[in-house]
Every structure is written in C-alpha cells, then in structure tokens.
Design a protein. Structure first.
Length: 217
C-alpha cells in the first residue's frame, strides 16, 4: 500500500478544489510573518508523514499558518508541535523532542501523523464543505495505512471526521482520554488538541497528554 499512498500524496499536493483555502495558504506564504520573513514558505497542501506501516495514527485538524503551511510538515515549527513532541519523545514515539523543519532528522516510531484537512483554514476554522471536500483523501489515506489499529484524534473536528469515516453516529460524544470502538480491530482515542490556547488555559497539560500516549502505546 506504500506505493498507493505515494500516488495519493501526489494527488493531494496538486489539489486546488477549495478556492478559499488555496487563496489563503498562498497569501500567507507570500506575506509571511515577521519572525519568519526570510524563510521560504511551503504554501501547499500538507501531507501525512511518519511510519507508513504504523499501528498508531495521530490526526490533527489542519496545518498551522506559520507552522505546517510554512515548513511543509504537520505539527512542525509551531507551539503545538513544541508541546506535542516533547510528550511523544518522552513516550518513546519519536527520536527527537522537537519538530522544527522537514529535514531535521525527525523519525516517528510506529506512528503516522496526518491532518484531516490538508490546507490551512483562515482563523483555524474550516467550513463544512471544505472538510467534506478533503474527506475523500482522508478515506483513501486511512485505507492505505493498512496496519493502523489506533487512531488518536487531537480535537473535536478530527474526532468527528473519524466517526464519519467509520459511519458511526455522532451520539458518541468527545471526551478526553476515552476509547471508542470503530471496528473489531480499530480503536479511536479522543484527546484535547495541544494548541497554545488549550495548553495555556490548562485544558490539557503534559501529564494528561502522557497518560493518553501511554494508553495507546
């Protein structure tokens, strides 16, 4: 399935279906932000990465404007990545405690990571039709990750997309740390997103994240 996943990723890279997202991602890449003004931004859809034969798949919402949309890798080069990878490293799921740029030598251990929406949305708020448009990519991507047994959804939107993928009714309410059966062999774990807002307000902390990672490992 590795070859099929590579072909799918090439299709995703060339996608321009969501005009609002295309315009926004390219605008951000052109205007940049002051602290990264001298860097060349990625400004394209952001693909999944990691161990393509992994049993654990970590799902984010979308690339960050000056994180994944800048670096070309999800959970890379932003505050969410800083928190998440400190925890992944402690859990033995990555070889580095940080994720800074695409060629930084980062390797994931039995983990694949991908956003359910491949392009950065304005204000981190995608529209329903954009999630729907990207859903076909997500369906194929998960089907090609044939060893996946545990899906870790970071945030409510990623959680809801997983329920839709397995045609499970939405009366399964999102609850941090709870495990849900998606199929006979596949489980979904809900987790608060490690966004700066959630971390700064204490909605999620390192102890809570480590408990979830130890559970899925």
């Amino acid at each position: 399935m590795v070859k099929e996943l590579d072909l799918l990723n090439n299709e995703i890279l060339n996608c321009k279906k969501c005009k609002r997202l295309v315009k926004f991602r390219e605008k951000i890449a052109e205007l940049k932000t002051k602290r990264f003004i001298n860097e060349e931004y990625w400004g394209k859809p952001v693909l999944g990465y990691g161990d393509k034969k992994a049993s654990i798949v970590i799902l984010g919402l979308a690339p960050a404007a000056h994180g994944g949309n800048r670096t070309g890798r999800v959970f890379t080069g932003d505050k969410s990545a800083e928190f998440l990878f400190k925890c992944l490293y402690k859990a033995g799921m990555s070889n580095r405690p940080n994720s800074e740029y695409r060629e930084d030598g980062l390797k994931l251990n039995n983990v694949y990571m991908t956003p359910v929406l491949k392009c950065v949305p304005p204000n981190d708020k995608p529209k329903a039709n954009e999630i729907k448009s990207c859903f076909s990519f997500f369906v194929k991507e998960i089907s090609y990750l044939s060893n996946a047994k545990t899906l870790l959804a970071l945030g409510r939107i990623a959680f809801d997309v997983c329920l839709k993928l397995y045609d499970i009714k939405s009366n399964n309410k999102f609850k941090h740390g709870k495990s849900y059966d998606l199929s006979e062999n596949t489980k979904l774990i809900a987790c608060y997103h490690p966004s700066p807002r959630n971390v700064n307000t204490g909605r999620i902390n390192e102890k809570m994240m480590m408990e979830v990672l130890k559970k899925i490992k």
